[in-house]
Design a protein. Structure first.
Ligand SMILES: *Cc1c(COP(=O)(O)O)cnc(C)c1O
Length: 411
């Protein structure tokens, strides 16, 4: 017999009397408190626990940064401001969000291609570290520095000459729009000596959404080696060495969580040499989804239930306009289901029945769960998508079809 491949179990949100508890209360009560569906809820306790687990697993000299594009909700960012060591932003809008927190500007860095003149000026005025993405961007920063009599701190974002293997998203190695190719960095560093900027360090980010400890360990080893080679050309000592991140979370059936202990031990083994070779450096790991992804749920309500040629459809008031990633349309090649449950009726009383959860949009792409064990849901029940704390609302086309934007709460 074929056993179906299952999702990793929901370890984060307790179930009491067959109802999911979110933020310490039954989900149906939280829905009342929020004032309706659909909504996103992020659990601050889970975010804090995740940071604590990372601190325990990683060597103590590793600084933990949050890449806020994963979830820029201001309350989430405020919460993380008291937990992590720095923030990484990728736009002027994100910069505003982090400058509203207690984080000191020296612990904020700004990466991303195509920074506008206005964004560069804002970043320089704020006194944050700018990760340069091209030689032209460096010239533009130098011109603003001359005009304003400032000396901005810049780090070079390097497009490495290796890849993070088995990554959900490769962001380094080969031709990329991110960073400066490793082989061209020495020339850029030589040129930097003549400019009114302060060399701060390197940002080497090779990929994202990786569940394989070995691949991450190999990338970290390669990153340190590359930084050693490049540092020989640097105009000043390396003070910031951003080793990237890429820690993934399990979304789909059969995926297993990352072995964090293994990554931590390996990194600890690399640190003595790293400290010797970069005595003035702060070592940074920047994470997005690993900090917040598993702490969030997306909740919608069943408004209709229908059957079509043997298949049951639960039509909900939420969908791809709020949660593009769960619909399978945010970079997935083959559509797979996120973990989805009926939140107020987790296990069926009787037989396990199949149903698909869909949204109200007039497109067959509007699918939250394709033929899952949801057939016991009734109209009025709450459909919960797990692993929704990252790349949810702000990664979705909320204007599509003109429905209201859902509420987000930090509980
Ligand atoms: C998107 C991004 C991140 C966060 O990626 P996650 O997969 O959410 O951890 C970190 N650093 C950079 C440079 C990014 O572009």
């Amino acid at each position: 017999m074929n056993t179906p491949v299952r999702h990793a179990p929901n370890d984060f949100f307790p179930v009491v009397e067959n109802e999911l508890q979110v933020g310490g209360m039954p989900l149906s009560r939280l829905a009342e408190r929020v004032g309706g569906t659909p909504f996103y809820a992020y659990d601050r306790r889970l975010i804090s626990e995740r940071v604590a687990r990372l601190r325990a697993a990683l060597p103590k000299e590793i600084h933990l940064h949050y890449a806020i594009k994963a979830n820029p909700m201001p309350a989430v960012v405020q919460h993380l401001a008291g937990l992590v060591d720095g923030f990484d932003v990728a736009s002027g809008g994100e910069l505003k969000t982090v400058l509203d927190t207690v984080m000191s500007p020296g612990q904020i860095s700004f990466a991303g291609p195509g920074k506008s003149e206005r964004e560069l000026r804002q970043a320089i005025a704020a006194g944050i570290v700018i990760n340069i993405e091209s030689p032209r961007e460096l010239e533009r920063i130098a011109a603003i520095a001359s005009a304003t009599g400032t000396r901005p701190q810049v780090a070079v974002r390097v497009n490495p000459d290796f890849e993070l293997k088995s990554s959900g998203m490769k962001m380094g190695g080969g031709p990329k729009q991110f960073g400066i190719d490793a082989e061209r960095v020495p020339d850029v560093l030589a040129h930097m000596r003549a400019l009114p900027v302060e060399f701060y360090g390197f940002h080497i980010f090779s990929g994202s959404q990786n569940l394989k400890a070995e691949a991450i360990m190999e990338a970290q080893r390669n990153t340190l080696d590359l930084a050693r080679r490049l540092a020989e050309h640097a105009p000043a000592p390396v003070r910031l060495l951003n080793l990237g991140g890429g820690f993934g979370i399990p979304y789909f059936p059969g995926e297993q969580p990352l072995d964090l202990a293994e990554v931590g031990e390996h990194l600890a083994g690399l640190m003595p040499d790293a400290r010797r070779d970069f005595p003035q450096a702060e070592f940074v790991i920047e994470l997005g989804r690993y900090l917040v992804g598993e702490a969030g749920v997306y909740v919608s309500r069943v408004v209709d239930q229908k059957e079509s040629r043997g298949q049951v459809f639960l039509v909900t008031d939420g969908g791809l306009h709020h949660h593009l990633a769960a619909s399978g349309n945010f970079g997935q090649v083959v559509r797979k289901n996120y973990p989805v449950v009926v939140g107020n009726r987790v296990e069926p009383d009787g037989e396990v029945l199949s149903a698909s959860a869909v949204g109200p949009l007039c497109t067959p792409l509007d699918l939250l769960g394709d033929r899952m064990n949801l057939g016991h849901a009734q109209v009025g029940d709450l459909i919960v998508v797990f692993q929704s704390g990252a790349y949810g609302l702000t990664a979705s086309p909320t204007a599509f079809l003109g429905h209201p934007v859902p509420v987000e709460v930090l509980v």
